[in-house]
Design a binder for this molecule. Sequence first.
Ligand code: 2RA
Length: 333
Amino acid sequence: RKLKVGVVGATGMVGQTFMNILAERDFPIAELRPFASENSLGKKIELQGTAWPVQVLKEGCFDGLDLVFFSSGDDISAEWAPKAVKAGAFAVDNSAAFRMDPNTVLIVPEVNGHLINKDSKPQVIANPNCSTIQLVVALKPLLEKFGLEEVRVSTYQAVSGAGQGGHDELIEQTSNHKKDHTPATFPHTILFNCIPQIGSFNDDGYCSEEVKIMKETRKILEQESLKVSAFTVRIPALNAHSESVWVTLKKEATREQVLGALESFEGIVLQDEPKRSVYPLARDVSGKDPVYVGRVHRDMENPKMWLMWVVSDNIRKGAALNGIQIAEKIFFS
Ligand code: 2RA
């Protein structure tokens, strides 16, 4: 079956990667309706040998579509995703607008794809935050085999997480590294720096990215009382987020058992030969689909606690690819 697909935010970084992955996977497309702002009117998006004209959102624009992917921010999704569903389409939403809504499923297919089944009716399906997706993929096999007591994570997030503007800001600062910079996308100069803020702060001292990781992880893993603590940092990597994770298991396990659980899980690639300096690196992982895990070792004090390093392409598995995998689960599983 070929699908009629809308993409809202088609000219952004995630939207463009979404098109590239549709092409790579030979996703069966009967019609593509790319949506963007008025500035992009007149542009065409090339996919599978056809050039599809960019449109703007307007009443009735989703009529006849099977699926609409949203990656244009919370306000656009809050207003337009329900309209896509009303028009009979599944809305796969990459914004935060519906993620914590108790009536909306929040899906990483290899982790909780069972929440979508053949009888699912058109609805909004939320795509989690990028830094959450790679974390829950690495945690799920450990949850299944050993149970989870507590998770702590510190992130090292690439500038592409802030979109094209973030990418361009780092490139511009790098080309002019001796000059003073006026940051626009980030709160400080990102070049030669680490910024311990992603999003805005609440009164408890957490920034919004940290709150997303903590809440979404519990929801996706269906572990409402799991202790999760996150500390998020923007670093001058262009693409792919890295995370150092401390995970306390319910049961003691050997390193072989922990590695075995991770390695056999769909979507994880293990790179764990630290003495040969083999572990996942953002530069290598950028452009790849899996979640890469390495540096897996036991805590010196607590035999149930394990440390690991988790790296994934935040635009692919962290956004566009996960959205396409959700669509494949809805229509082709
Ligand atoms: C970031 N998590 O990296 C965000 C993007 N969704 O800024």
